[in-house]
Ligand binder design. Structure first.
Ligand code: PMP
Length: 439
């Protein structure tokens, strides 16, 4: 029995001892295809020699210098690289150590921004139901997943939720994508007006919803309509790309496919590729200037901000990610994954929807395809699929139907970008086997 308090207290876990590309090997010599990159983390796969060399060089030079006293070449290079790849308008970077920290920092930045510009009365944040933005108390409060929040209520009362953009379940028969987007934008506008036209700081959303719904992209126009509503009321748009960002959907930033520029973007997971815990917030020049011309201080900070080894790892990960051809490969392998999943599972009586972008795909499981009725949560289908997949040497990321008691189980796939066509076949074969073992 290990003495570590694991997330779920249960059977002993296999011990991972080595990794290579899309493969993980455990202490018993079993090999697992990392079909979900853990939780969309290992963007470049395991054992990347260039990233390891960059980390080693940084360790040899200097491993730690507190960000209150020093900056480093690694941190500066990473910031330059991120801004260089981001759309115009996102011109500054704040480095952190992970996804929840990035969301916390973005929320505090948004709140302090309004203090700096003389609107301290603004204090409400609106996010979406069935969302996940992290596990620290602020990020958890913004996340709209009742099941995760309920043990901790009352939890930051200034957080509010509206509907996610979830066409498979919520777009009405006969309703066009544009009408659906309008309906959701109207819901956000009504919520802002209910809270007070000058009371809301920010709206928070994932461009492609990951953990909670299973790789659900928004319908065309949704984010443009949302951006317009935010602009009408001076509300900042925070896009959480912790899971869907850094190349996962076939572009470095997922939101560039939505035709909007947010005020703040959070990234983590694939940014460090699993080599180091690292995250970042990208912010607009308007926000930066408010701090620079105001108090001159962002009232925030963590000990490991801009950690040199984390920055060196992320800098190399992003440099590799932005080489010609890799994003095209992600799109091509993603399309192949979608096609293969549809061919193998499209007619399965319990597969309701197969969706996603790039190498970020989700399969929603239902009791009945016609009515889209979710599986009985008591059956814990997602947990059984996770176990069956591991027994077949596949890591995938199934989530349960416990979210507000209404959503179906789903399986999230997010393999490393280095996956090839043969490994896609292997992934799909093992997954189909696991789903058939259970359903
Ligand atoms: N935001 C999103 C969209 C996420 O998917 C996650 C992690 N699943 C987080 C934030 C939190 O990231 P971390 O686990 O690194 O704190």
């Amino acid at each position: 029995m290990t003495r570590i308090l694991h997330r779920s207290i249960g059977p002993e876990l296999p011990r991972a001892v080595s990794g290579d590309g899309v493969w993980i090997t455990d202490a018993a010599g079993r090999r697992y295809l990392d079909g979900s990159g853990g939780a969309a983390v290992t963007s470049l796969g395991h054992g990347n020699a260039e990233v390891q060399a960059a980390m080693r060089a940084q360790i040899d030079a200097i491993s730690y210098a507190h960000s209150a006293f020093f900056t480093t070449d690694a941190a500066e290079s990473l910031a330059d690289r991120l801004v260089g790849l981001a759309p115009e308008g996102l011109d500054h970077v704040y480095l952190v150590s992970g996804g929840s920290e990035a969301v916390e920092a973005a929320l505090k930045m948004a709140r302090q921004y309004f203090v700096e510009i003389g609107q301290p009365q603004r204090r409400h944040v609106i996010a979406r139901r069935q969302s996940y933005h992290g596990n620290t108390i602020g990020a958890l409060a913004v996340g709209g997943n009742e099941w995760r929040r309920r043990q901790f209520q009352p939890i930051l009362p200034e957080t509010h939720h509206v509907s996610p953009c979830y066409a498979y379940r919520d777009q009405r028969a006969g309703e066009s994508a544009a009408e659906y987007a309008d309906r959701l934008a109207a819901e956000l506008e009504a919520k802002i007006r209910e809270l007070g036209e000058d009371q809301v700081i920010a709206f928070v959303a994932e461009p492609v919803v990951g953990a909670t719904l299973g790789a659900v992209p928004a319908v065309a126009e949704y984010f443009r309509r949302i951006r317009a509503v935010c602009d009408r009321y001076g509300v900042l748009l925070i896009l959480d790309e912790v899971m869907c960002g850094m190349g996962r959907t076939g572009t470095i930033f997922a939101h560039t496919q939505e035709g909007v520029v947010p005020d703040l973007v959070t990234v983590a997971k694939g940014l460090g590729g699993g080599y180091q815990p690292v995250g970042a917030v990208l912010l607009s020049d308007r926000i930066y200037r408010a701090f620079a011309e105001g108090s001159g201080l962002f009232q925030h900070g963590h000990t490991y901000i801009g950690h040199p080894v984390a920055a060196a790892a992320a800098d190399k990960v992003v440099e590799i990610m932005s080489r010609p051809g890799l994003m095209a490969h992600v799109s091509e392998m993603g399309d192949l994954l979608q096609t293969r999943l549809e061919a193998e599972l499209g007619q399965h009586p319990h597969v309701g929807d197969i969706r996603g972008r790039g190498l970020f795909r989700g399969i929603e499981l239902v009791a009945d395809r016609g009515s889209k009725a979710p599986l009985d949560p008591a059956e814990k289908t997602h947990a059984r699929i996770k176990r069956a997949a591991m027994a077949r040497g596949l890591i995938c990321y199934p989530m349960g139907g416990t979210i507000d008691g209404v959503r179906g189980d789903h399986v999230l796939l997010a393999p490393p970008y280095v996956i090839d066509a043969g490994e896609i076949d292997e992934l799909v074969g093992r997954l189909v086997g696991a789903i058939r073992d259970v359903l």
